[in-house]
Ligand binder design. Structure first.
Ligand code: CTP
Ligand code: CA
Length: 224
């Protein structure tokens, strides 16, 4: 209901969010994937919609679902499908947040039949997937673009490097160091870094709380 959304901090704003893992096919019954559940992206989408935004949530395979009048859920499987879905809508977006755990590589050849086991080792050749966030950064016009960084070493250094290399307005560093933080769990510990290298560190929080903190930081910058 448009009139209800008026006056909210994100009313009239269009937001793209990527979420979840990607699955990269090996054969008809196997894939390469990762442990992402999609929870962070879904929380970010819910928060944005509750703040008045029209959200397009592009998600890789997840058990999560969402029913909200402000959210269009686009389900994809592979990194290349996610890339296509994002670029289709990106020109029209005001804010984009890439929270998906996109596979960096995919099997170079996808077998058309289920692969039979043989004696000895099996070799799987991988090729690079497109970097969706980098490509959005390179085609950025007016959008406020936010990425995530998952690091296990030189956290700040690597996050700042991704922020600059991918032409981001901000990056959310997800710390794995503290117990309970990161993938699969219910809590996260984040550091928000903007393009002026202003850094804000948050404590261990639930994912809905983290989503709220991230939107507070974004909103204060798009309204500045
Ligand atoms: N990302 C993406 N497309 C990819 C890989 C990553 O959109 N093919 C996005 C993620 O959604 C995240 C950010 O890029 O917002 C950083 O992902 P991360 O895996 O931490 O960094 P990479 O750039 O892939 O570098 P590396 O894995 O080597 O650290
Ligand atoms: Ca990666």
């Amino acid at each position: 209901e448009k009139h209800l959304a008026e006056g909210l901090p994100l009313s009239g704003k269009k937001v793209l969010i990527t979420a979840g893992p990607t699955h990269e096919a090996i054969d008809p019954v196997r894939f390469l994937g990762n442990k992402s559940t999609g929870a962070m992206g879904f929380e970010l989408a819910k928060k944005a919609a509750n703040l008045g935004a029209q959200v397009i949530l592009v998600s890789g395979p997840t058990h999560l679902s969402i029913e909200h009048s402000g959210i269009t859920l686009v389900r994809v499987t592979s990194a290349r499908e996610m890339y296509e879905a994002c670029h289709k809508v990106y020109p029209d977006m005001d804010v984009a947040i890439c929270a998906a755990a996109v596979a960096d590589y995919r099997p170079k050849h996808v077998a058309s039949e289920k692969i039979k086991k043989k004696e000895g080792n099996m070799h799987l050749e991988l090729e690079r997937n497109p970097d969706i966030l980098l490509s959005l950064g390179e085609s950025k016009k007016h959008q406020f673009l936010v990425g995530f960084a998952l690091e296990t070493q030189n956290e700040l250094e690597n996050a700042k490097d991704k922020l600059q290399r991918k032409h981001l307005d901000a990056i959310v560093l997800n710390s794995l160091k503290d117990d309970g933080a990161g993938f699969g769990g219910t809590t996260n510990k984040i550091t928000f870094i903007d393009k002026n290298l202003e850094i804000k560190t948050f404590g261990l929080k639930t994912k809905p709380e983290v989503a709220s903190d991230i939107w507070d930081e974004i909103i204060s910058r798009i309204h500045a």
